[in-house]
Every structure is written in C-alpha cells, then in structure tokens.
Design a protein around this ligand. Sequence first.
Ligand code: AMP
Ligand code: GLY
Length: 438
Amino acid sequence: MAEASRRVLIVGSGGREHALAWKLAADGAEVFTAPGNAGTAAVGTNLDCAATDIPALVRHAGEQGIDLTVVGPEAPLVAGIADAFVSAGLRIFGPSRAAARIEGSKLFCKQILRRGDVPTGMFESFSGPARAREFIEAREEVPVVVKADGLAAGKGVFVCNDRATALAAIDALAADPVLSRGGILIEERLDGVEVSVMAITDGRTIVTLPPVQDHKAAFDGDTGPNTGGMGAYSPTPFVGADQLAEIESRILVPTVHAMRRAKVSFQGVLFAGLMLTAQGPKVLEFNARFGDPECQTLLSLLDSSLWELLDAAASRRLEEVDPPAWRQGAAVTVVMASEGYPGAVTKGLPIRGLGAAAAVPGVHVFHAATRGAGGAVFSDGGRTIAVTGVDETLARAKLRAYTAVREIRWPGAWCRKDIADKGLHEERARAAAAGDSA
Ligand code: AMP
Ligand code: GLY
C-alpha cells in the first residue's frame, strides 16, 4: 500500500520537541521544526520562526505542504494556535484555545474537575488579594497551597505550611506585575507521592500512556527551587496496572467527558499531575501537552508508531487505531542544565562529548536548548541536554543514562544525580515486603 505523505511540523525548541522529531522521523515522517534546536536540525529542517508566532507558523505549514502540525509547549496552545490552523484548513495535534484553558486557568480546571466529579483537593477562589487574606486569617492554621490562576511557568505556586507563609505568598502574587493579573486560588495541601499520567485523546477515545515520575526540584533529595523538571523515569512502581486503570476510569475519562459536555472537546495530550494520597490519586493540575522531560522518557519506550496515534487523534478517529506497543523494561531521562538554572543562565558555551554519549548503547541524547554553528553545538538555555537510558530494569536504565551523561561537558553543566532513586527504593521496599510475606 502506498503510504500517504507524512510531512510534519513540530512547534517548539526543547528536548520534548527533539524527541517528537526523532520518533516521528523514525516513523517515516519528513520533519520540520519551528524554531527547533541543533538536535532537531540533524533530524529534519529547522524553520526560523518563534513557537508563538502563529500567523507565521500557519504560513510555513501552508508553504511546506505540512500534513500534520504537532505542538510541544503550552504558550501557543493557550494563545489559540489550534484554532488558527483549523480555520486555515490545516490539521493540528493539540487542543483549541478554549480546551487549553485546562492548563491556562487553574480555576477553569477545578470547574471541569467538579463537573466530572474527579478527585482533587478542596479549593476556594478569590478575585483579588484582600479576600484571599481574609480567608486565611479567619481560618484555622492548616497547610495550604496558594496559586495564581493563569499560566505562570512554575512560578505561581506556593506550598505553605502555616498562616504567615500563606499571607506572604498572597502578598508576593499581588506584587508581581504578571501574576497579579488573574485571580488567586487557595487549595488544600495534598500529601503523598507525585506522578504524571498522560493520555492522547481525540475528545472521545483515550489512549493512556505508562505512568512517569518527574523530579521538579532543582537539587538532589528534592531540595532547591522548582524547575520545569530535572529528570523522569517510567514506568514507576508507585502506579501498578490496577491503579493505572483506576486513574484512567476515575480521572482521565471523566475529565474528557466533562470537557465535551462543557462544549470544549479536548484533542491532544491530556497530562494529569497527580498526588497519590492516602485516599487515592487526586489531581494537582492538568497540562494540555506532553510533559518535558516525560515525553523523552515515554517516546524512548514506544515501539509502535507515534505518527499513527497523533494523526488519528487529530482526525478524531483514535478508536480505529491499535493500542500502542511498549518496550519491556524502563527508561530514565537525566536533564543536564546550564549554570544558574532555574535563574538566569550563561549561553553560547561549546558542548563536547555528544557523539561519545550517543554511542553508549541503549542511550538517546536529546537536545533541549542548543544552537549549531560551524559544525559545533553551543548551549542556548537552562535545561540544555536530556539524556535517556533504556534497559530491561530501572537500575540498568539509570546506569546507562548516567554513563552517557559523564561524556557530555560544557563549563558549568550540572545535573541531579538521583533521578529514578525514589522508584528504585520503592522497588526494593516492595521486594522486601513480598519476601517477608512469602
Ligand atoms: P502546579 O503548577 O499546580 O503543578 O504546582 C507545582 C507543584 O506544586 C506541583 O508539582 C506540586 O509539587 C506542588 N503542588 C501543587 N498543588 C499542590 C497541592 N494541592 N498540594 C501539594 N502540593 C501541591
Ligand atoms: N515536567 C513537567 C511539565 O512538563 O510540566
């Protein structure tokens, strides 16, 4: 059978987008990335166009005869890229502006969760700081989380143990020129283990992906400031097959249905940030896209075609596609960051050892913020390189990833050394418990 043309445009420039480009190219697609990085340039063609320049992206997609556009980051989705493509008669994988509000507005997210009766923490919303302060002052002193309503790139969430820190968080939001524009949410603080579960959906059918655990804190032992994610591994022993089925039926399916009923059908990746509490899994947040670095981890384990899934979701015929086939074993992704991340970073430093790292068996080296010039590769941001190791066990996948990480060097480069350790400890604890009960 003659294959239909597979010209794909990937929007974004991070490690997630390099992983999408790599996998879609392996599936036989001709890949364009806007704006991309030195890694995506090696897989296909980079287009000189910002990920948020929607009119220019529509123009490029038309000029290049693109069959399917895949959106990496949230900003263009929340700005309405999917609506613009659909209006121009172009196919796109990713939710409409209205549906992307599940990530863009924490209040909208909570309203959908309430509609779908989906487990999440209790919350109150406030239009401004005065009422939020009154609420905290009148309340018994308990741990809460103070959140800005809109997109805040990880900077709008304050986990507070007592009244004084909660009041200080409200003041900090009110003083921030961007964060003070939207409302404020005060949420019950949930305790437990945090995991990510993503699903590809066309608004009706859902394909749930294996559970992943991210590492959001900058430093080892989950210390230091919050980041976009310093590493991930999958599958995680914290979520067994039964619990994944429960997450699908009690969280993902009702959310997709609640969105349809609210006339904001969601097509794309629905990403649930979950807390595994003593009362079961509860939603911390939803994102409207693949996680980064979760995407690098998952795509390294995907044996079957990604193109088939994304193409079918964008055409709203996901029910016709066979379920994805996953490699046995595990994947571990370690993010290498530039000095200063998550604050201001130095860019433009030459990166060495990428070839030696890529030559380690069972390893994929994804570029996260790089620029190529004159045959060399230079650092170009905070999270700079993401290295994924794949093997039959989590311990061996971790070893592979760090073996490759040791080959990669640039001045000031650093990474967490304990990615996947929580999973390894949990595996050991479960094995010991099973041994005791045998
Ligand atoms: P968010 O941007 O909503 O995912 O929040 C960022 C991080 O803050 C999450 O990954 C959690 O670690 C933490 N967090 C958010 N909401 C809560 C909550 N209700 N209880 C405990 N931790 C939370
Ligand atoms: N790694 C978390 C995220 O992509 O939001």
